[in-house]
Write a protein that binds this ligand. Structure first.
Ligand code: GDG
Length: 473
């Protein structure tokens, strides 16, 4: 593998899925997602390379070209997948960074595997990046890569973006390897977060735990380097979603969905990965109580909950699935009637067009995470409502709440408050819905994923990289 790339993205997964043809041969298809959409043009312009795992354990693949981008597959053994990915990333870091809403597990073997795999990613990047190239590392699975890569290649400009929240010291300090993680991130020139609060948590932790001097968003290292920590709230391909939602077949499908639900007056919708951070339990309980109490008529309102299968081998996710199955069964059993089930629960994953049709079909979108870095579903719903109609109920603990100020805001832990917000959204007059939706649409359309990537990459190229070693912050 030669040094060929002036721009390198490193993420846990490659942006492609394998497709097996009827004759047994395999091809690759770009996986749908905002990040790929936003970065594709930048990659094409700069001879870009994307480093990531290709999705199959115990398989080694060579570097290949796909749609004008160089894809560099990283090999993971089955055991590494269990320890680095399911273990340390998803059963240690994920719950720890999301307010400990589930107990994080700490295992030394998982950590060792995390270090090992991070080193493999860093080495690949060191080999493929041209002199002075820009490297952008993505997310919590790869927090050690910036430092490992800097040791190998001090000439590179290294950026890091964390898609999930960054916890305050009170929680972060539980992590036995807390200092190594902070030092790993400090290998970057620019560390990006979803919200200013997360960037502040990081800078404060670096000062308290590693002892570096800091001033506002800048960390001054002893070797003369500086590291900047700022917020870059991620967004979506808003125009792409709107275009999809306007397609005649999507509009027709939205009508068909409402029809299959019995044309209720109000369709409420939740779409989430089946994850304990998303507040599914709270929202279903709140809706169930409204129906039981008669505030909402089962012939009048239907709740559609799509829960996309996720991390199914991790214990907390298995427990959650059983829990939600039981809860939905109980509510439907208690208050449903023949031909009228208050909750339509779908444990499945759908094509993007079907998602757009669901967004179009929903009068009230219910997004109630207990903690969420951003939450793209909330923004996708808004982007699809080109009719300026529909109401968004949004948790104040989602990053998106900072931008979508006209949503019906809720604290998902407060079931009564949640019930009130649901009722308010269900009963909102058209004028009120339009007023709120217009303002939210402006926000999402003006701040799309392309702008997010541009802002980050422009800053990465221009932030100060050195200081005179005697800062007077
Ligand atoms: C992490 C952070 C942050 C869901 N089901 C289907 C499907 N989806 C798509 C949605 C949306 C995406 O998955 C989910 O994104 P979220 O932002 O809602 O949540 P996470 O997966 O937890 O993402 C989060 C994000 O990273 C980006 O930085 O916002 O806070 O946790 O795009 O549409 N897509 C399709 N079928 C499904 O069934 N096609």
């Amino acid at each position: 593998m030669a040094a060929t790339a002036d721009f390198v993205v490193i993420a846990n997964r490659l942006p492609v899925d394998r497709v097996v043809q009827p004759d047994g041969s395999t091809t690759w298809r770009t996986s749908p997602g905002g990040l790929v959409t936003a970065l594709e043009p930048v990659m094409r312009r700069n001879g870009g390379a994307w480093i990531g795992w290709h999705g199959a354990p115990d398989e080694k693949l060579r570097t290949f070209e796909h749609d004008g981008i160089t894809l560099v597959p990283v090999h993971l053994t089955g055991q590494e997948y269990e320890e680095y990915y399911e273990g340390f990333s998803n059963a240690t870091l994920w719950p720890l960074y999301h307010d400990v809403v589930a107990p994080p597990e700490f295992h030394r073997e998982w950590w060792e595997s995390y270090v090992e795999v991070n080193r493999r990613f860093a080495k690949k990047a060191a080999r493929i990046a041209r002199r002075n190239a820009v490297v952008w590392v993505q997310d919590y699975q790869l927090q050690l890569v910036p430092q490992m890569l800097r040791e190998l290649r001090p000439d590179l400009r290294i950026g890091f973006f964390l898609h999930i929240p960054f916890p305050p010291n009170e929680l972060f300090q539980q992590l036995p390897w807390r200092r190594s993680i902070l030092e790993g991130l400090l290998g970057a020139d620019l560390v990006g977060f979803q919200l200013p609060g997360a960037a502040q948590n990081f800078v404060r932790l670096v000062r308290q735990r590693v002892g570096h001097k800091t001033h506002r968003d800048t960390v001054y290292l002893e070797d003369g380097r500086t590291v900047t920590a700022r917020a870059y709230p991620i967004s979506i391909d808003a125009a792409g979603f709107e275009e999809m939602a306007r397609r005649p077949e999507v509009v027709a499908r939205a009508a068909e969905i409402r029809e299959s639900l019995g044309n209720p007056r109000c369709v409420l919708l939740g779409i989430d990965r089946l994850d304990y951070t998303k507040g599914l339990r709270q929202r279903l309980r709140a809706f169930g109580e409204l129906v039981t109490e008669g505030a909402v008529d089962v012939d009048d309102a239907v709740f559609v909950q799509v829960a996309t299968p996720s991390r199914e081998r991790v214990e907390q996710y298995r427990l959650l699935r059983d829990d939600i199955d039981r809860l939905v069964g109980r509510i439907n059993g208690d208050v449903g009637r023949i031909g009228a089930q208050p909750i339509t629960y779908l444990h499945a994953s759908y094509p993007r067009e079907e998602m757009a049709a669901l967004y179009r079909a929903a009068d009230v979108m219910v997004v109630t995470p207990l903690r969420d870095g951003m939450n793209l579903v909330a923004k996708e719903y808004v982007a699809c409502r080109y009719d300026d109609d529909g109401a968004l109920v949004l948790s104040e603990f989602a990053g998106a709440a900072a931008e979508l100020r006209q949503a019906y805001r809720v604290n998902p832990y407060d079931i009564n408050g949640l019930k009130e917000a649901l009722l308010e959204a269900i009963r909102a007059p058209e004028k009120e819905r339009t007023r709120r939706m217009k303002a939210m649409r402006k926000q999402v359309v003006e701040n799309d994923i392309e702008l997010w990537a541009t802002r980050f990459l422009d800053d990465l190229r221009t932030v100060r990289h050195t200081h005179d070693k005697t800062p007077r912050p």
